[in-house]
Design a protein around this ligand. Structure first.
Ligand code: C2E
Ligand code: CA
Ligand code: CA
Length: 844
């Protein structure tokens, strides 16, 4: 059953314009009723009954909060219409007012101003009802018991109409003043929504009087009946309200789906003001990196956006909610809901729940936006670190490789490409006698001279240590390369002036040229030539294939590869990956060796390129995977559930049938996919092609974890990370090798931080010394592999090693006096690489 809106509360200044006249008018009417009441002594009991019904009515009221004002709905319309048919004006007015006052007495914390407005408004509406009924010719039935039922209908309708209109006019006026909305609009809305429920109440009133006509005792049956109907209606209102709230909450969380902090904060304050019906809402965040920010809105506009200390002070009743991170350990800031005026606002249970959900979604959104911003920042710094040698500001090895790939890909149109590798002689002595600082100055001077001697289009790079490389582009003939190398070396001849001495540096160099192939191959050849130069004490050696014993290319021609596969000459060795803290083996990486009948064990760098080009890649990858799975089973049977990480060549990821081949292997060996990690190297292809996305998605769907190998060495590290949902990052061993006690290096630190914020496992490669292990662990890196723990070895030797150490390969760190900084649970989670699929905590 619906109802009439009734203002229960009113706040702030403007409403006084209305409250004043209403209270004064009502006081006059009450005085008049008091003066006339003595004429109706015998109606004292019905008057008391009316008062009691009004008290009960107060209790069944449903309150809906709009801003800080509560709008109540109750069946008063029906009561007043019935009363207007039964009672004359003075007892009706006094009965209503007494009931209202009695009800207010039962409630604590009523504001006297609001209470008097309510009583006054009820007086006015009740008077309007009774006077209109009288004017329409009603004779109160309790005075003239025999008037016929049909006779009272017009009078009742007049009373009903007068009550409804006066009620709506006064209530909506106050409402419009409080919410600063248009009065006319409010009335229009009420007219369209209230007609049917009000007429329903009129019908109830008619039924009541009809029942009374049959027997006055029936009146006693009616209140419970009416109450039941009212409760049903109330429930419906609540459900509707709940649904609306969820709808709006869903819309809000949808809007949070942005990685832009401003968009998230603006949506948050606008939506909060709307959903929680506040006058203002604001969010203040204080990221650990600094830059506190406050955004405030009134629901329609953004009122303020800036540093919290610059925000204009805001007054009113406040509900603050802390924004805590999902672990509850970090505090992101605060959401504040504010209402003008000082009357307290109490949330219903549903509202409290909505608020909690809203806040949780907001926290996630703020954190996601922060992570994204951090990722962007790291992307920039990685791109720089990945391309530049920090000491000399020359290109580094990766930059040179990328540049080389680019010009070689451009084809012969770019002319002949020359590679010059330069190595300083006796540089170690300079370092040892003069110290590192002076050594660095020499390197910088060398860099400057090489740069000056280079031509436009050449690229000069430093490979770390005292090794430099120059790519000569667009040579018109291969022979020119040697001449240009000569010029470079000549530039180094004049002594270099340090503070009070002059140092002459000597250098050796290896030169090679090509107009196709890979830059890796050209570098390797230049390296072979440089090695010969050093061996033979020459300044320059030009690469000659006849003197290269390492060229596997010629081996592969005679169908060596096919035979190697058929005869299982490829053997897979395993390098343990250990938990840095405990020394426990948590996984093993499969590394393939070619056990060549004539040449002995060949490392993968020697044959992988040939395999990729040979068309035998799928068979090779399958053979490697199979050996890896056999090892997993062997260790598992011995009680070591150690998952295996297998390297895949980027080309396998271009093969749409690759995931099926993997799934078939797993199935054939009966190994769960959770025991397999696939290591991907970032490469240009990885970040560009759709088929790669599909292959990776299929592998993940199988339940296989993905690790990004050699992380930090490519330009695309972060782009790849954004595109490929990996579970693990492997810090390239060159970064670990470059770590110094005082400065671990930006890439190591930021990779660990990044993997933490994305909740990825991070594994450091190439850990060779105890101090590296210690430092990595202190930075928050949980796992590592390297010669410190073990080299790659056959599966059975690894099993023996596991047996010897009962699953451990090194003494725990804390035994050697380390400070434990990670909590147990955290360590356990990060290490949980065991055979089961790991439950990773991700933000939701
Ligand atoms: P990777 O994936 O980065 O493998 C780690 C390499 O670092 C291995 O060289 C390993 O022996 C070496 N290493 C491990 N610990 C240390 C250390 O403490 N210090 C130093 N200096 N080196 C360490 P490896 O076995 O020569 O493998 C070279 C690369 O060949 C691998 O690099 C991987 O990308 C690739 N590879 C190996 N096996 C396979 C395979 O079966 N398939 C494919 N597609 N690629 C493979
Ligand atoms: Ca690897
Ligand atoms: Ca690696």
């Amino acid at each position: 059953m619906q109802n009439r809106p009734r203002t229960d509360d009113a706040t702030n200044q403007r409403p006084w314009r209305l409250v004043g006249p209403v209270v004064v008018g009502a006081a006059g009417l009450n005085l008049w009723a008091l003066w006339r009441i003595s004429e109706y002594e015998r109606l004292f009991l019905p008057m008391l009954l009316l008062a009691l019904v009004m008290v009960g009515n107060g209790f069944v009221m449903i309150r809906i909060r709009v801003r800080s004002t509560n709008i109540g709905t109750s069946p008063t319309t029906a009561i007043m219409t019935v009363a207007a048919a039964l009672l004359p004006a003075p007892p009706l007015i006094l009965g209503t007012v007494c009931g209202k006052l009695l009800y207010l007495l039962t409630r604590r914390d009523v504001d006297p101003v609001k209470a008097s407005f309510n009583v006054a408004k009820e007086t006015l509406c009740a008077s309007a009802a009774t006077f209109a009924a009288t004017a329409a010719g009603i004779h109160p039935m309790l005075l003239e018991p025999h008037s016929s039922f049909l006779d009272v209908i017009p009078g009742m309708f007049a009373g009903f109409l007068a009550y409804t209109l006066s009620d709506e006019i006064i209530s909506q006026a106050l409402f419009a003043l409080v919410t600063h909305t248009s009065y006319r609009q409010r009335l229009a809305v009420q007219a369209s929504t209230q007609v049917v429920p009000r007429l329903g109440l009129f019908a109830v009133a008619l039924a009541t009087i009809a029942a009374y006509h049959i027997s006055e005792w029936l009146l006693l049956v009616l209140p419970p009946l009416v109450y039941a109907i009212h409760l049903a209606a109330a429930n419906q209102v609540r459900t509707r309200q709940g649904n609306e709230a969820w709808q709006r909450l869903a819309e809000a969380t949808d809007e949070f789906n942005s990685v832009d902090q401003t968009a998230v904060l603006y949506a948050a304050v606008r939506r909060a003001a709307d959903i929680f019906s506040t006058d203002e809402a604001e969010v203040e965040i204080h990221p650990p990196t600094g830059g506190a920010r406050l955004v405030r809105s009134n629901g329609t506009q953004i009122l303020f956006d800036g540093a919290p200390e610059d925000a204009p002070t805001a007054e009113g009743f406040l509900i603050p909610v802390a924004l805590e991170s999902y672990r509850g350990d970090a505090d992101l800031g605060e959401l504040r809901l504010r209402w003008r005026g000082h009357s307290p606002v109490r949330f219903t249970e549903r509202e409290q729940y909505t608020l909690r959900t809203f806040t949780a979604a907001l926290c996630t959104a703020i954190r996601n936006a922060a992570t994204f911003a951090e990722t962007q920042r790291l992307a920039d710094s990685h791109a720089r670190a990945a391309a530049q040698d920090p000491l000399t500001r020359l290109a580094n090895r990766r930059r040179l490789q990328q540049h080389g790939d680019e010009i070689l890909a451009a084809g012969s149109g770019a002319g002949v490409v020359g590679v010059v590798l330069i190595d300083l002689n006796h540089f170690k002595e300079v370092n040892d006698t003069l110290g590192h600082a002076e050594g660095d100055r020499v390197l910088i001077a060398v860099a400057e001279r090489l740069t000056a001697a280079a031509r436009p289009g050449d690229l000069v790079a430093r490979f770390g240590g005292d090794e430099f490389a120059v790519i000569l582009a667009g040579l018109s003939a291969p022979a020119l390369a040697e001449l240009r190398a000569q010029t470079m070396l000549n530039a180094l001849t004049p002594p270099i002036a340090l503070d009070d001495m002059r140092i002459s540096v000597e250098a050796s160099c290896g030169v090679t040229t090509g107009s196709g192939g890979t830059i890796g191959e050209l570098l390797r050849r230049a390296d072979v030539a440089l090695y010969q130069a050093k061996q033979e004490g020459q300044r320059i050696v030009v690469y000659a294939q006849s003197r290269d014993t390492a060229d596997v290319g010629s081996l592969t021609l005679g169908g060596d590869l096919a035979r190697a596969l058929a005869e299982q000459q490829f053997t897979v060795h395993f390098q343990p990956i250990v938990d840095l803290a405990s020394g426990r083996v948590i996984a093993a990486e499969a590394l393939t060796r070619w056990h060549h009948p004539d040449r002995g064990y060949l490392p993968p760098d020697r044959f992988l390129g040939a395999i990729e080009r040979s068309g035998q890649l799928a068979a090779f990858a399958d053979a490697v995977l199979d050996q890896a799975l056999i090892a997993v089973i062997e260790w598992g049977d011995a009680g070591y559930p150690v998952p295996v990480a297998v390297n895949v060549s980027p080309r396998s990821l271009l093969d749409p049938s690759f995931p099926d081949a993997v799934a078939r292997r797993l199935g054939a060996r009966g190994v769960p996919s959770s025991a397999l990690v696939i290591e991907l190297t970032e490469s240009v292809t990885l970040s560009k092609l759709e088929v790669v996305d599909d292959v990776l998605a299929a592998l993940r769907d199988l339940g296989i974890r993905l690790a990004l190998d050699d992380f930090g060495t490519g330009f695309s590290s972060l782009a790849t990370l954004a595109r490929v949902p990996v579970d693990e990052l492997k810090i390239d061993r060159s970064f670990v090798a470059a770590m110094e006690a005082s400065a671990p290096g930006a890439v190591v630190r930021s990779t660990i931080d990044l993997s933490r914020s994305l909740d990825l496992l991070v594994v450091a490669e190439g850990v060779e010394r105890e101090d590296q292990r210690q430092q990595l662990w202190e930075l928050g890196c949980p796992a590592g592999q390297g010669h410190l723990f073990a080299r790659a070895m056959p599966a059975d030797r690894m099993l023996a090693a596991l047996d010897r150490g009962e699953g451990h390969l090194a003494a725990p760190l804390h035994d050697t006096g380390a400070v434990i900084r990670m909590s147990r649970s955290r360590r356990a989670r990060r290490m949980s690489m065991g055979g089961e699929p790991q439950g990773r905590e991700r933000s939701t």
